[in-house]
Design a protein around this ligand. Structure first.
Ligand SMILES: Nc1ncnc2c1ncn2[C@@H]1O[C@H](COP(=O)(O)OP(=O)(O)OP(=O)(O)O)[C@@H](O)[C@H]1O
Ligand SMILES: [Mg+2]
Length: 607
């Protein structure tokens, strides 16, 4: 309890008239804390009884009470000479004009509106205490009749009381107004908060919906790309199969026409005819080669490749092909990672993409070739179907050309898909790129829109130490003399026409050739000739025993034999790695006479 206040207010006695014990107790507590003395009456009757004995300094009375309400009680006080000077404060939940008039009529000195604020209550009490003296001096009384809402009220009161009542109602109004504006302010803040929350939630919802739509689209796109990949895979298998059969036919057409040409007089019409056949067979060979590249049945000669150097090497040729209307920009990251790649094939990838870019920029533009190191994590790969995490050299070819619509984009990697005139395009360029990249265990990412150019990103895995240790095949040295010196060759080939042509060509070129159609025959010949052979030229696909198996058997008998394996394509990747491991030479079918002679000579000269 505040002792200083108690000293000041100690002789001030306040009568509380309140029927609710809790409210009376609360009021009592507030007043006593301020040092006032208190008396409590439960209603007007009890209060009047107390007032006979006691004369408190102030009366605080509730309005709504049983038996005798606050107005009546106040009227009684104000009409009794011995107590009319005691100021009465009415406590009311009501604060209408009617209440005020009723308060005036009964002579109340002040109003306090429930629920009251503790500070406000004490201020009012102090105000009344301060004006108490003044109240005694102002004795002029007057009476007035007031009609309000059809009721007549007789107000017979002192000026001070009217002033106080008016002030208290004014204060109440101000207080209410303050409360109202505070409530309004709070409401405004709440509104703002609510709006903010609604906005946030709307945004979150929008983001959620957007994300869901994006994911749906992503799913659809991935499914379409997967389908596309599966389709390409099956076309690849088909193309590979056809190419294999064509290869054997082409060896014969190309081989014999070449052989005939070499024996003909160049000035004759026959020679011209033969040349046409030979040229056509070369074009067909090229087509088959591209199909094989697409179907990934083509043999790769891997080396540790520096993409920067590959780009530099090819740039001059590329600029010539592209023409002067197109600017070529290159940007290669320093310290670009090496890749395990077939140089010729990677050059072909760049070429095919550059030629397409040229065709898309008929009115000139810019071709940008970039290469950079890229590290991908699982999250980055989630949206790209054929991608995987790891370290890659990314080769990008970008043009400012016509671009492609989604329909075109869906088909570009399919063999023979072209939007160009028959004279201009066969539709094999990108299918070859696709096959080569796949065989290098990489993938392609295309970004293009009509009128906005196209960008092809090609991801090729970084060369790892393991690859470096593997003996990467080096390109063979140039050969000067392709003629044989009577070296003995065992030719194992099941296709009789291919066998006859090859045998004839080699014989013609100074070699002694023995033919075998399968492994059994080969072993017989080998034995019969007392293993007197320098070189075995065997097809990888033979009925029964495979070429590689046969070669191993013969090598077990004679270890210094030179070996060449020939094939349109190797059925299994494992066969290719076995070939590389053993250091056997490989002759790709269909082979030209020059291919054949070079390979044979090279193998005989260098083991
Ligand atoms: N950079 C590019 N800009 C616009 N369209 C392209 C681009 N690259 C490829 N295309 C489209 O893809 C199709 C297929 O390309 P692809 O290289 O496989 O065949 P092609 O260029 O038509 O013929 P080929 O390459 O056999 O001469 C093209 O016909 C063209 O419609
Ligand atoms: Mg092309």
């Amino acid at each position: 309890m505040n002792t200083k206040k108690q000293v000041i207010n100690g002789d001030i006695e306040i009568l509380i008239v309140e029927d609710s014990p809790t409210q009376a107790l609360q009021l009592q507590h507030i007043l006593e804390q301020e040092g006032f003395q208190t008396l409590v009456a439960k209603n007007g009757m009890q209060a009047l009884a107390i007032l006979v004995e006691h004369k408190p300094t102030i009366i605080i009375s509730d309005v709504m009470m049983p038996e005798m309400d606050g107005y009546l009680f106040c009227q009684q006080v104000k009409s009794t000479e011995s107590m009319k000077h005691i100021p009465v404060i009415l406590l009311t939940a009501l604060s209408s004009s009617q209440d005020i008039i009723k308060g005036l009529e009964c002579g109340a000195d002040n109003f306090i509106v429930k629920p009251y604020n503790e500070k406000e209550l004490l201020t009012r009490i102090n105000f009344i205490l301060l004006n108490k003296e003044l109240r005694h001096t102002e004795l002029a009384q007057f009476g007035v009749e007031v009609f309000f809402k059809g009721q007549k009220y007789l107000i017979n009161s002192e000026r001070q009381q009217i002033l106080s009542m008016l002030l208290s109602s004014y204060e109440t109004a101000v207080e209410k107004n303050n409360e109202l504006s505070k409530a309004q302010e709070e409401l405004k803040i709440m509104n703002e908060q609510l709006e903010q929350k609604v906005k946030q939630r709307t945004m979150a919802l929008e983001a959620e919906i957007f994300e869901r739509i994006r994911m749906e689209a992503e799913k659809e796109r991935m499914q379409a790309e997967l389908l596309q990949a599966q389709k390409l895979e099956s076309i690849g298998q088909l193309a590979g199969g056809i190419a294999h059969d064509f290869n054997n036919l082409l060896v014969i057409i190309q081989g014999y026409s070449e052989l005939l040409k070499s024996k003909m007089d160049k000035s004759t019409t026959w020679y011209y005819y033969m040349e046409q056949i030979h040229d056509a067979s070369l074009r067909a060979t090229n087509l088959v080669r591209q199909l094989l590249l697409f179907s990934r049945k083509h043999m790769m000669q891997y080396e540790a490749l520096d993409l920067k150097k590959t780009i530099e090497d090819i740039l001059k040729l590329l600029k010539r092909i592209i023409g002067e209307d197109i600017d070529v920009i290159t940007g290669v990251e320093n310290n670009l990672w090496q890749i395990k790649a077939d140089k010729g094939n990677i050059e072909q990838v760049i070429m095919n993409l550059a030629v397409n870019a040229r065709d898309a920029m008929s009115n000139g533009g810019t071709l940008t070739i970039r290469a950079e190191n890229v590290t991908l994590d699982a999250a980055a790969c989630k949206c790209v179907p054929e991608s995987r995490p790891g370290e890659f050299a990314c080769l990008s070819i970008e043009d400012t050309g016509s671009g492609m619509d989604t329909n075109t984009l869906q088909h570009i990697f399919e063999p023979f898909f072209t939007t160009k005139d028959t004279a201009k395009g066969t539709g094999l360029g990108l299918s070859v790129v696709y096959g080569i990249v796949k065989q290098h265990e990489g993938w392609i990412n295309v970004k293009s829109e009509p009128g906005k150019g196209s960008t092809f990103h090609i991801f090729l895995p970084r060369l790892v130490d393991k690859d470096k240790r593997e003996e990467l095949i080096l390109v063979s040295q140039p050969l000067h003399d392709l003629h044989g010196n009577g070296e003995r060759i065992l030719l194992v080939e099941d296709e009789s026409e291919v066998r006859s042509f090859t045998s004839e060509a080699l014989n013609d070129n100074g070699y002694v050739v023995f033919e075998a159609a399968n492994a059994g025959e080969a072993r017989d010949v080998f034995e019969k000739e007392n293993m007197n052979f320098h070189l075995i030229l065997a097809d990888s696909v033979l009925p029964g025993t495979r070429g590689l198996q046969l070669v191993e058997q013969l090598l077990a008998l004679k270890s210094d034999l030179r070996i060449i394996i020939t094939s349109g394509y190797l059925e299994e990747a494992s066969e290719w790695s076995a070939l590389q491991e053993r250091g056997f030479r490989f002759l790709q079918k269909p082979y030209s006479i020059t291919d054949l002679f070079s390979k044979v000579k090279d193998t005989l000269l260098h083991k």
